[in-house]
Design a protein around this ligand. Structure first.
Ligand code: NAD
Length: 445
């Protein structure tokens, strides 16, 4: 499942073709290595507003070096720009004044974060308009920055300033290698607090995490990353995948349950297992998913219903059962896996896109309802290189892999890292978000 085009373009001959023909140039992305510093270099912190001081303190706490003034000839690994002080359209020029002289001083695979105030929480009409404009800047810079760098926007609700740490740790580090052009919102729904993370290397120590569809692909990586971060993983998969599941859970010192999540009594069986074995669960990741593609004109009812049953109805029923039985612990996390197809739509995928757009509806519907600092969020992967995408015909696969700002497909670990950010006990203010892990795909918004 290697990307042959990327291997070719990294050779001298390939680079010549890229330059002369203007072909996509996928850069090898930095990815996080356990034990390595979160950010391999210095981050420039600029702008003015209510977040500059808290950002500097948070980065210091994370062991990330910062500077307020970029030095001539130096190269930087990241930028945080506090735009919360921008209250008029004219004031947006502060972005040009700050970024233009700085952008050539970035290393490859750098990470840029713009911080703003949710437009709906702005104090004046002018501020609302100016803050909304930040989305345009972020998405455009994401498309033009190149060299494997990312640009994301985080709207921080007034009063939620102290919650930025876990989100900065994600967006400034290689954990967000394949996440760009995204808008995250902190403290908009639910709490504006954040629990302290005792050990940054193992933020999930003592936590129990359910991962459905854990035996392979993205689910396997989610299990591995949550385990790396300290969680005990209960992997769930269909009986046909039992041997892979058992092998993986043995390796991770986890626990397994083999069942079809669409089974009538599956929610009760999962709840019973959780209650007996662990007393409760902290993180529930609804990863299991299937496709049964056909154009709607040719769609049989069972193709439609089976996709909706696995991807949408099962997460709804399992979540409801766990909540009703009070089995999701305080500061718990419910995490859905949507898809770019649920946002942009896709030929032959009305059933799949319905289920994945439904996952976004699930997040919206639950976000305001949850108590006890429990949050709900979802990732929406773009083109992620797995067995699911290996089956995609060559031409479609090439388009899927190149039509994004990174000119390459993502890896399952990229989705897993975003999920680990949602799962962190420090992410209590991250609620009701859907974040795409798509290398800023050209499709959709
Ligand atoms: P995959 O097919 O490799 O793995 C899916 C897993 O879910 C398998 O282990 C499978 O056995 C399990 N599963 C399926 N039906 C189940 C059921 N009824 N009960 C229990 N387990 C069941 O797929 P993947 O590529 O790793 O995808 C994982 C998730 O990410 C899915 O929700 C998928 O829709 C989503 N996604 C994937 C991509 C991509 O590019 N690969 C893009 C967007 C979204």
């Amino acid at each position: 499942m290697t990307d042959r085009y990327q291997s070719f373009t990294s050779s001298p001959l390939g680079q010549m073709f890229v330059k002369n023909l203007g072909l996509p140039n996928p850069v090898k992305l930095d990815r996080y290595t356990p034990g390595a510093p979160l950010v391999d270099g210095t981050v420039v912190v600029g702008g003015s507003g209510r977040l500059v001081d808290v950002v500097t303190a948070s980065l210091d706490n994370l062991g990330i070096a910062t500077t307020a003034a970029a030095a001539e000839g130096e190269k930087y690994k990241g930028i945080v720009f506090d735009a919360t002080g921008i209250t008029t359209a004219e004031g947006l020029v502060a972005i040009q004044q700050f970024f233009t002289p700085l952008l050539r001083s970035l290393k490859a695979c750098a990470h840029v974060v713009v911080l703003g105030t949710n437009p709906s929480q702005a104090e004046s009409l002018e501020e609302r308009i100016a803050q909304r404009a930040l989305e345009g800047v972020t998405r455009s810079l994401g498309k033009e920055i190149g060299k494997g760098s990312t640009v994301n926007l985080v709207y921080v609700a007034p009063g939620a300033e102290a919650t930025v740490e876990s989100t900065l740790a994600f967006f400034l580090s290689p954990k967000s290698a394949y996440v760009s052009g995204q808008v995250a919102r902190l403290g908009l729904t639910g709490t504006k607090k954040a629990a302290k993370v005792a050990d940054q290397g193992r933020p999930l120590e003592g936590k129990v995490a359910i991962v459905t569809g854990a035996s392979r692909g993205i689910g396997e990586q989610i299990a591995r990353v949550l385990h790396r971060d300290g969680a005990t993983v209960l992997g769930i998969d269909v009986p046909q995948a039992a041997s892979e599941l058992v092998t993986l859970m043995k390796e991770l010192g986890g626990d397994q349950l083999t069942l079809d999540i669409t089974g009538k009594d599956a929610p009760q069986r999962i709840a019973h297992h959780v209650k007996e074995k662990f007393g409760g669960v902290d993180i529930v990741v609804h990863n299991a998913g299937i496709t049964r593609d056909r154009k709607l004109a040719n769609m049989a009812e069972d193709r439609w219903s089976s996709v909706v049953a696995v991807n949408l109805v099962a997460p709804e029923r399992i979540t409801r059962e766990l909540l009703d039985q009070g089995l999701i612990n305080r500061n718990g996390r419910i995490i859905g896996v949507s898809s770019i197809a649920g946002i942009a739509g896709n030929v032959g995928q009305t059933n799949y896109a319905a289920s994945k757009a439904g996952v976004i509806g699930f997040v919206d519907a639950l976000a305001g309802e949850l108590k006890n600092d429990i949050t709900v969020n979802a990732v929406a992967p773009g083109f992620i290189i797995t067995q699911m995408t290996a089956a995609v015909p060559f031409a479609t696969r090439e388009v899927g892999q190149r039509m994004n700002a990174m000119s390459q497909g993502g890896l399952p670990v990229d989705v897993a890292e975003a999920i680990a950010w949602f799962a962190s006990p420090g992410s209590t203010a991250v609620n009701g978000n859907v974040v795409r892990v798509c290398g800023q795909m050209m499709l959709g918004a």
